[in-house]
Design a protein around this ligand. Structure first.
Ligand code: GLC
Length: 650
């Protein structure tokens, strides 16, 4: 694409703008549009350039951007300017996030302001409220089957309640993340209803087929996401008399991004939420955005182009807003969702570090950091203006998505090792007391994932059931060790509500017909506020977990080396139980931290000489930043207690 073609098209588009847009004072909008237009035009034409109505669609796109810019509240426009100046603001170690269901956490949105002090007590300053858009009751996939993208589900409250919450959050210096479910809609969404009634325009919003011929061809290469409950990727809709693509549940219709109208509609929705004061938008299931026959229909090049286009457009209207990519895919694929280039081909600033999460759990099961050490090294370097969401648990299941080659290199057989992990976390392995549940078992491939609360998977639940003090100690150590890893690794740590007080599995979903076949609900609990109150009583499990995590968070915030500037070095030590890496700050403070985690149930030695050879531990003593303890280095070794960690200042 020649720039001049873009310039000329931009001029044509600006001339054709509707008078109500043209005669507004939109200085910042035009500066940004001018700067991004070449990229927007190139991407839009690569996706939709062969359509006869391309120019009309382009105009429609620019009008959408301008209209939302005009609606953008003044205080957000001011914030945009400030964030543009300080564009790496989100890489700071100051940010600590938590994901929560608003009904589970506080009943509804109105109830949230009175619970925010709990988050602040812990040190959390970024809240991801799980999806709150209007969904059909019983067919909601936990909020991911949206019926109305611009309205809040009455069970959670109203747009006004959200506005009030945004105001509370701002006053407390907290950020808000909300979801935009970009890949699919509920079958009760207005577009789906119209498609069902035979409206061709809206049938084109989805993938609809008269017979099985094409669906069968797609099926040859498409995996199944929910093989037990929603096998196959197409659903017959009797009323429409057509098959429709439904990659997730049968009531979630996949959107057809080959149609530019779909792209523009979804962009408009993204900007709608940006204008409500959302700081970060979590774009759901982005790996699935482009479907191509003969492929897995995941991670396609066009899916990346769509995200790049969304980003370029959002930067014109709401540049202060960031995107999280929810792409739970192989490490070499995840990295691509940051974009290929921070200027020309940027995508989402933030992505879930599902690989790290799964590797941490693997280390818990094996008590070794062998695969963790290998798997982390296989994650390619990311862009500088990009960061991870590092998490231990979230609302979804745990999949064993690390690479087979790494499993082999760590000395295991991939299939057997994945089976071992499922057995371990479901408590079906000798010596395991984990209480997870197998999720998404696939009879054809033998794959399975794991559901369960952190406390259940870390064996705290079984230890409490048996009233076994030693086992309780050990499981609390595991919980803290895992948190120490996500808080120090580099990226935004994402805690999960309930975990800081040791919330157990919640079986109540079994008596709800709409949930009982999806055991992810076992770890989507109602917050027990009486239990939460015990975080202030020394000696209780709640206190032991909460106060230790709180301490870690406050220490993290003080250490500039913990900001994410691609400033991590993985260190190889001669002990298979230890995971060791350094974090450094190349700025003024020149601070350096060596993080050591021992995944074994026995104490392990860290060999000082080898650390010194790598340039660390040059003095006689070293201090652990978390406990403040000082260690002598004269013995040649430091003992890392069982299931423990240190953050050494060095
Ligand atoms: C994402 C969500 C998951 C949901 C799926 C389909 O992966 O995290 O909970 O089931 O998308 O929307």
């Amino acid at each position: 694409m020649y720039e001049q073609a873009s310039h000329s098209l931009l001029n044509d588009v600006l001339i054709a703008l509707k008078p109500e847009i043209k005669y507004q004072k939109l200085q910042h909008f035009y500066t940004r549009l001018g700067a991004n237009f070449y990229a927007i035009h190139s991407l839009f034409s690569s996706l939709y350039g062969d359509r006869p109505d391309f120019k009309k669609q382009m105009l429609h796109l620019v009008e959408t951007l301008a209209r939302q810019y005009i609606k953008r509240p003044a205080y957000l426009k001011k914030l945009d300017l400030a964030r543009e100046k300080d564009h790496n603001w989100f890489l700071s170690q100051q940010w600590v996030a938590m994901a929560l269901y608003c009904d589970g956490f506080s009943g509804d949105l109105k109830g949230m302001p009175s619970k925010l002090h709990y988050l602040q007590d812990l040190g959390v300053n970024l809240v991801h409220i799980m999806p709150i858009c209007d969904c059909p009751e019983g067919k909601s996939d936990g909020g991911y089957a949206v019926r109305d993208f611009r309205n809040i589900d009455h069970r959670f409250g109203t747009l006004k309640d959200l506005d009030e919450l945004v105001d509370h959050l701002r006053k407390r210096g907290m950020l808000l993340t909300l979801d935009v479910v970009v890949n699919h809609t509920s079958d009760e969404h207005e577009w789906a209803q119209k498609a069902r009634q035979g409206d061709k325009t809206f049938q084109d919003y989805y993938f609809t087929f008269d017979d099985r011929q094409i669906p069968d061809m797609y099926e040859e290469s498409m995996p199944e996401v929910f093989p037990e409950t929603a096998p196959g990727n197409f659903t017959w809709d009797a009323e429409m008399g057509k098959w429709v693509m439904t990659v997730f549940n049968s009531y979630q219709w996949d959107l057809n991004y080959r149609n530019p109208a779909v792209f523009i509609e979804m962009l408009d929705i993204i900007l709608f939420w940006a204008n409500r004061g959302v700081d970060i938008l979590r774009l759901d299931a982005v790996a699935f955005l482009w479907k191509k026959m003969g492929s897995t229909c995941q991670n396609e090049r066009e899916a990346h182009q769509i995200l790049q286009l969304m980003k370029d457009c959002c930067q014109v209207t709401a540049p202060g807003v960031l995107f999280i990519a929810e792409a739970i895919v192989a490490p070499t694929e995840i990295i691509k969702y940051f974009g290929e280039d921070a200027i020309n081909a940027k995508e989402c600033e933030i992505a879930y570090n599902a690989t790290y999460m799964a590797l941490l759990w693997e280390a818990v099961a094996t008590r070794k950091a062998t695969l963790l050490n290998k798997g982390i090294r296989s994650i390619p370097e990311k862009l500088e203006r990009a960061t991870w969401l590092n998490y231990v648990r979230c609302h979804d299941d745990i999949g064993w998505g690390f690479s087979d080659a790494d499993i082999v290199a760590a000395g295991y057989d991939p299939q057997l090792h994945r089976r071992f992990l499922v057995d371990y976390f479901t408590g079906n392995y000798e010596g395991s007391h984990a209480m997870g549940l197998a999720f998404g078992e696939n009879g054809k491939t033998g794959d399975a994932r794991i559901s369960g609360s952190l406390a259940a998977l870390a064996s705290l639940e079984s230890a409490l059931n048996e009233n076994d003090a030693d086992a309780i100690d050990a499981s609390i150590k595991v919980i803290l060790l895992l948190h120490s890893m996500i808080l120090s690794f580099g990226g935004i740590p994402l805690l999960y509500y309930g975990d800081a007080i040791g919330t157990l599995n919640d079986d109540s979903y079994l008596s709800d017909e709409s949930k009982s076949n999806d055991n992810r609900w076992v770890h989507r609990p109602k917050m027990d506020w009486n239990k939460a109150a015990r975080r202030a009583q020394p000696g209780t499990v709640e206190y032991r977990i909460f106060s230790a995590i709180k301490k870690m968070i406050s220490v993290r915030k003080e250490i500039s080396a913990f900001a994410d500037r691609n400033n991590r070095e993985l260190l190889s030590v001669d002990n298979e139980h230890l995971f060791v890496f350094s974090r450094f700050d190349q700025g003024l403070s020149h601070s350096r931290v060596v993080v050591v985690g021992n995944f074994d149930a026995e104490p392990q030695f860290l060999d000082i000489l080898s650390m010194q050879r790598m340039g660390f531990f040059q003095y006689d003593t070293v201090k652990d930043l978390h406990t403040g303890e000082t260690f002598s280095l004269l013995d040649g070794n430091i003992v890392i207690p069982a299931l423990s960690f240190y953050w050494f200042q060095t």
